[in-house]
Write a new protein. Structure first.
Length: 124
């Protein structure tokens, strides 16, 4: 699902922003076909891997390394760190790609906290 989101949403959005910035600056946009395919492939796979992070959190909870109290207490730091990393590694200088990747990640992170909390209440 993360790869599909990266391929169908984030990649076209990123290239639209790149084209807009190039035209705004009066430049003629140029993409080599090899670079284009490489960016599409690597970007989609990277986003897919990034979206597995909540599953990693769930697995860490199952083995007892994290609990919902810790995740709830530190959610602001996780979101700040995530968005900071995304601003640095996304290819466009605007916040468009960072928010397009970050917002679904934040939702998935918060949902994983709820799932962990719900599962821990069932065990009690």
């Amino acid at each position: 699902m993360g790869v599909a989101y990266g391929f169908f949403i984030v990649t076209p959005l990123t290239f639209l922003v790149a084209l807009w910035i190039a035209k705004l600056g009066g430049a003629s946009p140029y993409f080599a076909i090899h670079d284009f395919y490489q960016n599409v492939f690597l970007g989609s796979v990277a986003i897919g891997l990034f979206f597995t992070f909540p599953l990693v959190i769930l697995a860490l909870n199952k083995v007892g390394l994290v609990n919902h109290e810790t995740l709830e207490k530190n959610w602001r730091y996780v979101i700040l760190l995530t968005l900071s990393i995304l601003v640095v590694i996304t290819p466009d200088p605007t916040l468009t790609s960072a928010l397009a990747i970050g917002l679904p990640f934040i939702v998935l992170y918060l949902l994983s906290i709820r799932l962990i909390k719900k599962n821990s209440q069932k065990l009690v």
